[in-house]
Design a binder for this molecule. Structure first.
Ligand code: CAA
Length: 302
């Protein structure tokens, strides 16, 4: 009990081989950053087309990172890009992909049954020492973990969009997560060059627990006619130092995703008016306005 944090980290097995399951926006970003920081990464998706799209997205994003880091140094930039891409493999075979994994990060669809089904299978295929983590935003990590026989080696690793840019990583423990597993995940977050915070498995963790009620209240403001989206955004950027206003952020992440997250949090807190869903989001979805990704949300995009 007298061991210091850094000593105990040194005693834990270092995470070198990382499998990321799910090649959407979050999974691709996590795989990219892991590869950029020298991990051996396997990115898995059962959809080959999704993997191809992810590879394209990673290539574009790595080039942006390289441009920023090595603005005047073409040689270092090229070396950085080829080094990162050299650490990244893709596959459609989830079971094979975990054979040598030290850590599996799951970033598939936010559906409890589908996640449980995946982890049931991975639990049998992965070595004893492999740590499991979910990047879930709205489900309870405990509910996902409970189908496995490695609750002590299970936690949440919650990244933020865009993963290559956002510096934060929420490291979530469930009651059964062992100290050594937690410390390994925390240390891995730092090896990923993220700033790590520790939190319990409560709905929304830290960021979404505070950000979503603010987003919902912004939606209520425009439903009440108190202010326009543009003025709310300007106000929060210039009056509170936000990098994006709440409506720009909803457009950026997607109206459909906002609905999904609102519904999930409302289910967890049915009596809390903070999480009461709004009508305007349903109306926009009915009108086919999904945000930046399909050209129109609260704003229009070319
Ligand atoms: N990959 C790599 N680099 C990127 C990038 C990406 N996907 N996106 C942005 N960048 C970098 C680039 O270096 C870019 O410069 P270039 O355009 O020259 O390539 C630089 O960031 C600046 O980007 P932009 O000029 O496009 O715009 P910006 O300065 O406004 O920054 C932003 C964009 C980082 C997204 C910033 O607006 C921001 O921080 N917004 C808030 C995002 C946020 O709140 N995210 C959390 C959402 S909640 C969540 O994620 C929770 C969850 O559960 C999923």
């Amino acid at each position: 009990a007298s061991r210091s944090f850094s000593q105990s980290v040194a005693m834990n097995r270092a995470i070198k081989n990382v499998t990321v399951v799910g090649s959407g926006l979050m999974g691709a970003g996590i795989a990219q950053v892991a590869a950029q920081t020298g991990h051996n990464v396997i990115l898995v998706d059962n959809n080959k087309l999704a993997l191809e799209k992810a590879q394209h997205r990673i290539q574009t994003s790595i080039e942006r990172v390289a441009k920023k880091r090595y603005a005047d140094d073409a040689e270092s930039s090229a070396k950085f890009i080829s080094g990162a891409l050299g650490h990244l493999k893709t596959t459609t075979d989830a079971l094979e992909s975990v054979a040598e994994a030290d850590l599996v990060v799951e970033a598939i669809v936010e559906d409890l049954k589908i996640k449980q089904n995946l982890f049931t299978q991975l639990d049998q295929a992965a070595p004893e020492h492999t740590l499991f983590a979910s990047n879930t935003s709205c489900l309870r990590v405990s509910d996902i973990a409970k189908v496995t026989k490695r609750l002590d080696r299970f936690g949440g690793l919650h990244f933020f969009n865009p993963v290559p840019v956002m510096k934060l990583l929420e490291v979530v423990r469930i009651p059964e997560t062992s100290q050594s597993s937690f410390e390994s995940m925390f240390a891995w977050g730092q090896a990923m060059k993220k700033v790590t915070v520790e939190c319990k498995d409560t709905p929304g963790f830290i960021v979404n627990r505070l950000l979503i009620p603010m987003g919902l209240e912004s939606l209520r403001m425009i439903e009440r006619g108190d202010a326009s989206p543009r003025d709310v955004d300007l106000a929060m950027k210039l009056g509170a130092g936000f990098p994006m206003g709440p409506f720009e952020l909803i457009d950026y992440t997607g109206i459909d995703l906002a609905k999904f997250v609102h519904t999930a949090l409302h289910a967890e807190f049915p009596d809390d008016p903070l999480f009461e869903p709004t009508q305007i989001i349903d109306t926009m979805i009915d009108e086919g306005k999904l945000g930046m990704k399909n050209g129109e949300g609260f704003y229009k995009y070319n």
